[in-house]
Design a protein around this ligand. Sequence first.
Ligand SMILES: N#Cc1ccccc1-c1cc(NCCCN2CCCCC2)c2ccccc2n1
Length: 196
Amino acid sequence: MAATGSKSVLFVCLGNICRSPIAEAVFRKMATDSGVVDKWRIDSAATSTYEIGNTPDHRGQACMKRHGVPMSHVARQWVIDSGATSDWNTGSSPDTRGLACLRKHGIETSHRARQVTKDDFMNFEYILCMDENNLSDLNKKAKSVKNATAKIELLGSYDPQNQRIIKDPYYGSDADFENVYEQCLRCCKAFLEKNS
Ligand SMILES: N#Cc1ccccc1-c1cc(NCCCN2CCCCC2)c2ccccc2n1
């Protein structure tokens, strides 16, 4: 049984290697610095199978390191229908470029593919995603989960600067990752304040 007053949030994006691990890391640091991290279950996942088992994008890792935010996550994807869907990376070894980057920064990472069952829609109070595609994918899939109770929202809906969409930086630059970080900072702060 979870402790009283316990809360839970799952951050979601397309591949779970760029935006959602950054949001998860930023929120976890904020909750830790506020002394409430023990009240929270915090996680992130993907709507797609693109990167299952891979470590966060090296540009995101570099961004987190610049800002002193610890980050360790292995990409995983929620599977709505029971049983595993075929996926691109199960059991595969990490991308050599990512591993080289992690080694350069002295970051150790253990690595294996993780998939989530439909429980996410029942076990997380909040599922916060990044853009309209994530939102429509999540809402569509939630319909196939009998007793889905999670509140599915855009993380950007908490932004005091009203930037509702946190754009996919996958084909972008370090500046785009910085922008993702700044947006996550503003939104996670507002989300934590609302839930404190
Ligand atoms: N898709 C798209 C897309 C569209 C616009 C902007 C970014 C992306 C984009 C593309 C990615 N991987 C390359 C394509 C993957 N393959 C697509 C066809 C099926 C087999 C897999 C990403 C990977 C991780 C995180 C975010 C990503 N985002």
